[in-house]
Design a binder for this molecule. Sequence first.
Ligand SMILES: [Zn+2]
Length: 457
Amino acid sequence: MNYKKISIAALIAMGSSMVFAQDAEIATWSGFRKGAASFTFDDGAPSHVSDGGPLFDKYGYKGTFNVVVNWNPDWSGFGNMAKNGHEIASHSNTHGQNMSGEEASSKQSIASKIQQKYGIITVAYPNCNVPNKSAVQQNYVIGRICNGSWQSQPDMMGKDGPSDWTMASAIMTGSTGTNDFKGNMQKAVQQGGWIAFLTHGFENKNNGSATYSPTPLSAIEDGLKWAQQNDKDIWVAPMGHVAMYIKERKAAKAEASSSGSSITVKLTHNIKDNVSDYDYPLSLRVKYSGSTANVTQAGAKLESKIDGGYVYFDAVPNAGDIVIAGEGAAPESSSSVEPPQSSSSEPKSSSSATNPWGPKSSSSKGEVDCSVNPFDPSCHGTAIAAELQSDFGLSVYRSSDNYIVVGGAKGMSITVFNSLGHQVRTTRGIGAVQKVYTGAKGVYIVKVGGKSFKVKL
Ligand SMILES: [Zn+2]
């Protein structure tokens, strides 16, 4: 009796109208990386705004900045950092010995000053002392102590986060801690874990009240350089974002089924608390044999890539059906001589609803079409010229209307990664120049023809 033969025969007998279950896999860490790292900064120092944020922006990474409400932090500066994707979190109102009683009020005070996508979801306890745990759980996704080993916790968290979400650990950096960012991140990659760092001020900078254990900025920069070189392995993201990801991943179900030429994935979880919608995107892959894929969620296009028999994409749980279709995503005709637009569904004249910078105003340099004349000086400007890099005829730069423009890439595949290392766009060079819409400001890595270019929008 050959069971294998029987099962194949049964599948054939079912016919093409059947719906087949498929495997959908949720990545342990965003982007199917091997480990995660979070950089957290306490006390709301002036140097966090003047030096810390810009250093992270330079490498396209985001940190968690824990401010003390009554210490009068630079709300405007931290507000701009929040807009730029950094996490601003609570470090209490008064920085007393124990913050009990300030769990909710500090969150509300910060929320009234700082707007950010996921709200105030992280708290770092002053003096490392755990306050009222239930008040922490009612107000935050995660509460952070200091070195785990000081409080009977591991210094490195595992893939499922801390065993107690009110006692997440972070290793102290600086003169009374470690400056080995690289070594600790390597450990996270090797162990499949999550390392968090706790930094106060920086050596020889304006640290305000954050005088404890200053850390050399150069040590952090070395760490970020290593992270960037190993971005396929290490996921660097704010503490609250990683915490959301882990909680969602642990609670989520991804159920895929195929029918005809498309696969439908239902990505859901039933986490219910008053803190968060838990709508941080999860990274998924689904077995896929097609050569092209058009992935949408609730009708909106998702970025995707096909690799090694899988289609990869990031999607938000509980945000509608994800449909993977093998048709309708074929590359545009390469015979076109028109300057191509992005392969994305967004029209070139993106409205303010889809383009965060809004439509090109009449006061901008609208007369030159930078997709036709990319080297026209008005397409570069001073800020753009600094970003211009070219190599063997390839060029990648920013247009005056905030698109990434790729020149000399006809026939090559173009892939754009955001600062989190997520693939945000993939397309193919068609004409002399290709405009690529990304959807948000930030630092992007554009990979084309085996080379990488960094562009800041
Ligand atoms: Zn502190």
